[in-house]
Design a binder for this molecule. Structure first.
Ligand code: IPM
Ligand code: MN
Length: 363
């Protein structure tokens, strides 16, 4: 059942267009928001933040003092893209994206893999009914916690270490959220949560995940608790994507398999993600999964569907599920009946024309 929040409090959204094509796709998502808010009668407020590569090159700082505290005051963050060709790899990724995920404790990274009508998947013969699963990626631990160092750096004897950390609390809260999500999703094919890990090699960290998964599974007898090694999962995602309902996995593996999932659903032009802090008062952040695509910046050729899908996720999680559902249906009509391709420059329409088509389909 799609519910809709009824309140006079405006939905307060911080907008970070970010780098490259980020601002262009975010502009389309905001057009959709304006349309559904007017139609469905809810109020919202936007505040723009200029964080990203250009600001960093100008000022030397990625996130200014107090920025995180300010962002915490919002109901949600709508993010375009992070990554600038003139900034060394890691600076913006760690200083902006990962910093916000960690500081705002967005411990769930929710990434649906869903083939839309009319969208070409490399899996010939598979259709929208076969490719429709969701990856719940733990978003605060693992190799991403930045623990490690160099010994004898720059010498022939150099040693580097990069340590994965997993906590009981960290994996338990993610696994529990994934069971709850699987229950709510209520897949008519049967409710199944697959843990994806590598217990045969990572015999400490993933043993903790495995034991925690078994413990939490006991509380959800109506959800089938399933397990795949990550390498086998990659194989099954391509061979039998219809096997999956919801996957829960570690941060690093989740990063990798959701790019694979992004391709199954037609590419980065359509793949969206939510960085979710599910706690009361938590601030979540929604983004198209593709990067900043610097070479397409300013040309009006980038696909805004992923950013529009990210706006639908934002509204869904903020309590406006009816509005979100109507966006999903409008997007499906546009991909199914209008767009020629989901690749940048091949859509048959410009970026803003695709946004306009979704607005027209909203009716
Ligand atoms: C993603 C991205 C990020 C990640 C990078 C930009 C740090 O690849 O959101 O999947 O690895 O999480
Ligand atoms: Mn990634």
């Amino acid at each position: 059942m799609q519910t809709q929040k009824t309140t006079t409090d405006p939905l307060r959204i911080a907008v970070i267009g970010g780098d490259g094509t980020g601002p262009e796709v975010v502009a389309e998502g905001l057009k959709i928001l304006e349309t559904v808010a007017a139609r469905d009668g809810f109020a919202y407020e936007l505040a723009e933040f200029d964080f990203g590569g250009d600001r960093y090159l100008r000022t030397g700082e990625v996130l200014p003092e107090g920025a995180v505290e300010e962002l915490k005051q919002f109901d949600a963050i709508y993010l375009g893209a992070v990554g600038h060709p003139d900034v060394a790899p890691g600076i913006l990724e760690k200083g902006l994206l990962l910093e916000l995920r960690f500081q705002l404790d967005q411990y769930i990274n929710l990434r649906p893999v869903k083939l839309l009508p009319g969208v070409e998947t490399p899996l010939a013969g598979k259709g929208p009914e076969d490719i429709d699963f969701v990856v719940v990626r733990e978003n605060t631990e693992d190799l991403y916690c930045g623990v490690g160092g160099f010994l004898k750096k720059g010498t022939a004897d150099e040693v580097a270490s990069q340590t994965a950390l997993y906590s009981r609390k960290g994996c338990e809260r993610c696994i529990r959220w994934a069971f709850e999500y699987t229950q709510r999703r209520n897949n008519p094919r049967g409710k199944m949560l697959t843990l994806v890990a590598k217990t045969n090699v990572l015999t400490y960290g993933h043993d903790l995940w495995w034991r925690t998964f078994q413990d939490v599974a006991a509380e959800y007898p109506d959800v089938k608790a399933d397990y795949n090694h990550v390498d086998a999962c990659c194989m099954w995602m391509v061979k039998n994507p219809e096997y999956y309902d919801v996957i829960v996995t570690t941060n690093m593996f989740g990063d990798i398999i959701t790019d694979l999932g992004g391709m199954l659903q037609g590419g980065m032009g359509v793949a969206a993600g939510g960085n979710i802090n599910p706690e009361t008062g938590g601030t979540s952040m929604y983004e198209p999964m593709g990067g900043s695509a610097p070479k397409y910046t300013g040309q009006g050729v980038i696909n805004p569907i992923a950013a529009i899908n990210a706006m639908a996720m934002l509204l869904d999680q903020a309590g406006y599920s009816q509005s979100a559902g109507s966006i999903d249906r409008a997007v499906a009509r546009v991909t199914g009946e209008k767009m020629q391709s989901q690749s940048a420059g091949k859509m048959g329409y410009s970026t803003s024309e695709v946004g306009d088509l979704v607005i027209a389909a909203l009716g």
